[in-house]
Ligand binder design. Structure first.
Ligand code: FE2
Length: 608
């Protein structure tokens, strides 16, 4: 399928996000708050190279800033004409905002949602960090990277938080010292917009507020494409959701586009290599949450789509070679399936009530809709399936999963397969895009018995926990501990919830599953934790023998820190805190790569 077909994904959408004993981190240093929302983040001016347009995938490299080609047609247009076109397009965009857009809902009003520590920051080249408390454990030699939306330009119309350009905040640790940097993922969208210094690509979520504005924006975007202002063949994704390391490559991911290959340089800088299609075998988008089997090193993934097949499952072998697509035709309607789980036998697919159907724009004025009459289902597919003939679907009423924690295989007394899935169930899913403050999550363990068809459920926590992680060595295997972010108790209306702490659950316990926690302190907020095992290859160590790492931010002083917490202690004791050289906005998902894997990656560049 040609990559230009990805334009139709314009109709598809994205998803999102989201007490215990009080323990505070060491006292904050008071530093003036840095950015207001009006600040835009701009890279240095770039020079457009003259190359044939047909080699659309060719990127030039200049110390982390990759230059793309605007099509030959664009280059043939005189500069003065380009400038005039820019003005015309910008005027038309302004007219859409003024005459067609409905009054901005709070959830897509950037002046409302992208304030405080949700506001974007500028790029920062590698800068040394100060260890302000404790000592960094030697096992943390490596790099922690976290992705998140960080709009390149101040939006002039509706924009959802999740529409922002992806920026990676990276901390490179070596022998007790650390350097930090913030770099945009140089997506096709980022590079083209950077050239013309304004928006070109309509926001996938925020721009879908009503049929009229949608059609107008789509027409304007098509005009930009025809006149060479944008090369749609290279995608419109923002690569802002997650990061994954598999098959020797490190990728920035967003479910609306191809993965973007990135690389960590020796000095800690992060450069974008470009969109990666796995030797032409991945022609469309894929989930931002592939699951990597720690034993086989395979990666399991899927993509969802607005037309049939609504979901397609696939996997990559240990060397990163993509295997054959398995279309799931038994998924009868679009589902905003964000994540999957794997066991050693199966892939677990969730068919939820939240969907994105083009007809929603006509009938409801919004792309995304929730079908409360639909009974969510869990599909269990042999993970090496060649087709969907052996998939089994199980109805699980009210079970809407965005992030799957883990799954594993068991068997009943007759030797028949039992599958266990642990995941936060998103309650009141209908508020997912416009009233995220009303979202609540209930951590559940779901047990599926193949022989009886019975699905049993156990609530593990109702503490509104999200962004769950485990020791990565236990993916697809029975595990005991889950770590998750604790959402704030009184969130701001229609704004993404902040995280006040982290909780550790013992999912094997029959009651009182929360066995440890940390609250960051007054006005301190964090994000997704990531578990780093002390010695992943040492089977004698306990599952929780390692550290939780996360970025945290003090809204009083404007200071951001990198925290290292001992996962085995009841208070998740802070063993090291690093003051970061600039503010780190709240974001989405991250990954930690140990030193030896980082070295291996530096020797095997992914070709894009
Ligand atoms: Fe996610």
């Amino acid at each position: 399928m040609p990559r230009s077909f990805r334009l139709t994904f314009f109709f598809s959408s994205h998803r999102s996000v989201r007490h215990t004993r009080m323990h505070t981190i060491p006292g904050p240093l008071h530093i003036p708050s840095s950015h207001s929302y009006a600040t835009t983040s701009h890279s240095p001016t770039k020079t457009l190279k003259s190359q044939p347009a047909f080699i659309a995938s060719v990127f030039g490299i200049n110390e982390g800033v990759r230059l793309t080609e605007i099509s030959r047609k664009s280059q043939e247009i005189p500069t003065i004409t380009k400038s005039l076109l820019d003005r015309v397009f910008n005027a038309l965009d302004g007219a859409i905002i003024k005459f067609l857009d409905p009054p901005l809902h709070l959830s897509v009003d950037p002046c409302y949602t992208l304030t405080d520590n949700f506001s974007p920051v500028d790029e920062l080249s590698p800068t040394e960090c100060e260890v302000v408390f404790g000592t960094i454990p030697p096992c943390l030699d490596g790099v922690y990277l976290r992705n998140g939306p960080n709009p390149q330009f101040t939006p002039s119309g509706p924009q959802h938080y999740l529409d922002g350009d992806g920026m990676v905040h990276s901390i490179r640790i070596y022998r007790g010292g650390a350097t930090f940097c913030s770099r945009y993922i140089k997506t096709n969208k980022y590079l083209f917009e950077n050239q013309v210094r304004s928006f070109i690509v309509p926001n996938v979520i925020g721009g879908m507020q009503g049929l009229g504005p949608f059609v107008a924006r789509a027409a304007l975007f098509c005009a930009r494409i025809v006149l060479g202002q944008y090369d749609i063949g290279k995608g419109i994704g923002v690569a802002n959701t997650n990061l994954a390391f598999f098959g020797g490559g490190l990728y920035a991911l967003c479910e609306s586009d191809l993965p973007y290959a990135i690389k960590v340089k020796e000095n800690g800088d992060v450069i974008t290599l470009g969109p990666h299609d796995f030797k032409g075998k991945l022609s469309m988008n894929m989930t931002a949450h592939p699951k990597i089997d720690p034993e086989t090193k395979e990666a399991f993934a899927f993509r969802y789509w607005a037309t049939c097949p609504y979901l397609t499952y696939f996997r990559f072998d240990a060397d990163g070679n993509k295997q054959t697509d398995v279309p799931i035709f038994s998924m009868k309607e679009p589902s905003l399936t964000h994540d999957l789980a794997i066991t050693q036998k199966y892939a677990i697919i969730c068919d939820i009530q939240l969907g994105a159907h083009p007809m929603n724009l006509i009938h409801r004025g919004s792309l995304v809709s929730v079908d409360k009459t639909k009974v969510p289902r869990i599909g269990v597919l042999p993970r090496y399936a060649k087709d969907e003939s052996d998939i089994k679907w199980f109805e699980v009423p009210g079970f809407n999963v965005f992030h799957a924690v883990n799954a594993w295989d068991e068997s009943d007394e007759y030797g028949r397969d039992v599958v266990v899935l642990v995941a936060p169930n998103i309650l009141s899913v209908e508020h997912f895009f416009d009233r995220v403050d009303l979202i609540r999550a209930s951590m559940e363990k779901v047990v599926i018995n193949f022989r009886t068809g019975v699905v049993s459920r156990q609530t593990l926590s109702t503490d509104n926990l999200e962004f769950p992680v485990i020791n990565p060595a236990y993916i697809a295997k029975k595990n005991k501990y889950v770590y998750a972010s604790i959402s704030e108790k009184t969130p701001i209306k229609s704004r993404m919830m902040r995280t006040i702490g982290v909780a550790k659950l013992d999912i094997a316990a029959s009651e009182d599953n929360t066995v440890a926690s940390r609250i960051y302190g007054d006005n301190w907020f964090g994000g997704e934790p990531f578990f780093v095992a002390k010695e992943p290859e040492d089977s004698n160590l306990e599952e929780d023998d390692g550290y939780l790492v996360s970025y945290v931010h003090d809204e009083s002083s404007g200071e951001s820190r990198f925290l290292v917490m001992d996962a085995r202690t009841p208070n998740l004791d802070v063993v090291a805190a690093l003051k970061l050289p600039q503010r780190v906005p709240y974001g989405l998902h991250g990954v930690f790569i140990k030193e030896k894997h980082l070295n291996a990656m530096s020797q095997s560049d992914i070709v894009c």
